[in-house]
Design a protein around this ligand. Structure first.
Ligand code: M6R
Length: 366
């Protein structure tokens, strides 16, 4: 059932060209300009008029929510708050009638997310679910939703569910933007065209797995890791750190690169690997200076960059090249090398990657 792969996690990482394609199937067509999420239709009007959108989730699903925040705010111009379901439900949040809550969950069974939904529902919010497991508890508790269609995810570390969540949330953001008239026709078309190229670009990144395995071998004994990114790649930094810690038990932290100077830079020495997600986007120059700051303190830099980046390839100890895409879609690509890096490091350390210690696939305890 692992389809010839050594672990479910690796199989699921390699399934992403397919699963991303599946999550767009019948929903996007750039040639005709068609973009549709069936579950959204009935509630689109309410979403257009929502004064704000609250996104809730846990772990990796919360990271997908952060990516969505950037997309929704940039294109649909609606204020978004992203919250850990566990914090949201216990802090007496302000929820008004007509507020829209988007709950993200792979399993659809996460106890904190489910309880947060019930709370928001009792206060009159409209709840939209983005889940992977069909017929699970969360989709049953929501008013409407869209399935991610990533297929069963068995490995405890979430990989293909994350990219599918980001695809669905991206589609939602674009649909909303289009309906509100806050996106230009050019941007709209461009995003649809780019969305359709994501599967083949992921394929290309995966074909480079040997290089990532090679880098993993050189860093497998590290005791700490830092992951830094800006803008759309900031949530990816958090996700890279979470992947590494949960399956390899290496202490890792993700930060927005600009926050480094407010504390974490004190950690940098010749033993600190720093993974930069530094693709060519609007914050490129800024992140290049962050790389210089780390180099100046002898930190070991591994950089995920856009193909043919000559500048960073001279500064970093190792670079991992990925294809170019629209800045807003970059997380779908930049997360892939980080999934592989954590996978290979964990395997090399002899860890049980599919079932890491102390963790469960769905967290049904509060
Ligand atoms: O099933 P869910 O998406 O609700 O699960 C949320 C988290 O428990 C989950 O993403 C967890 O953080 C993963 N192990 C991360 O890889």
């Amino acid at each position: 059932e692992k389809g010839g792969y050594e672990h479910f996690m690796l199989k699921e990482i390699f399934e992403q060209p397919r699963s991303v394609h599946d999550s767009m199937r019948g929903r996007v067509n750039s040639a005709t300009g068609h973009l549709l999420l069936g579950g959204l239709r009935e509630y689109l009007n309410k979403m257009i008029h929502a004064r704000r959108i609250i996104i809730i989730g846990c772990g990796t699903s919360w990271h997908a929510g952060l990516v969505a925040e950037y997309i929704f705010e940039e294109f649909a111009r609606v204020p978004v708050e992203v919250e850990y379901a566990s914090e949201f439900r216990y802090r007496n949040p302000i929820i008004n009638e007509g507020d829209v809550v988007i709950a993200i969950s792979q399993s659809g069974e996460t106890a904190d997310t489910l309880a947060a939904i019930e709370l928001a529902k009792s206060k009159g919010a409209i709840i939209f679910g983005v889940c992977n497991v069909v017929g699970s508890s969360i989709p049953r508790a929501t008013h409407a939703g869209a399935y991610t269609h990533a297929g069963p995810e068995i490995g405890v570390a979430s990989t293909k569910a994350f990219t599918a969540q980001v695809v669905v949330l991206t589609m939602m953001g674009i649909i909303l933007a289009k309906a509100k008239g806050t996106i230009s026709e050019t941007d709209y078309r461009k995003l649809l065209v780019e969305l359709e190229t994501i599967p083949e670009k992921i394929e290309k990144i995966l074909s480079n797995h040997k290089q990532i395995e090679y880098i993993s071998d050189l860093f497998k004994e590290a005791r700490n890791f830092l992951f830094l990114g800006r803008g759309y790649n900031f949530p990816v930094a958090l996700e890279g750190a979470l992947k590494l810690k949960e399956i390899s038990y290496i202490h890792a932290e993700g930060y927005p690169a600009a926050e480094m100077k407010h504390g974490p830079i004190a950690l940098i020495d010749e033993e600190m690997p720093v993974v930069f997600i530094a693709t060519k986007d609007s914050s490129y120059e800024k992140i290049v200076s962050n790389i210089q700051e780390v180099r100046a303190r002898k930190g070991r830099v591994i950089a995920v960059v856009t193909e043919n980046d000559k500048l960073i390839s001279q500064m970093a100890e190792f670079i991992i090249e990925i294809p170019h895409t629209h800045e807003a879609l970059m997380p779908l690509l930049s997360v892939i090398p980080l999934q592989l890096l954590s996978y290979y490091i964990a395997v090399m350390r002899g860890c049980n990657v599919d079932q890491p210690r102390n963790l469960a696939k769905s967290v049904t305890v509060e």
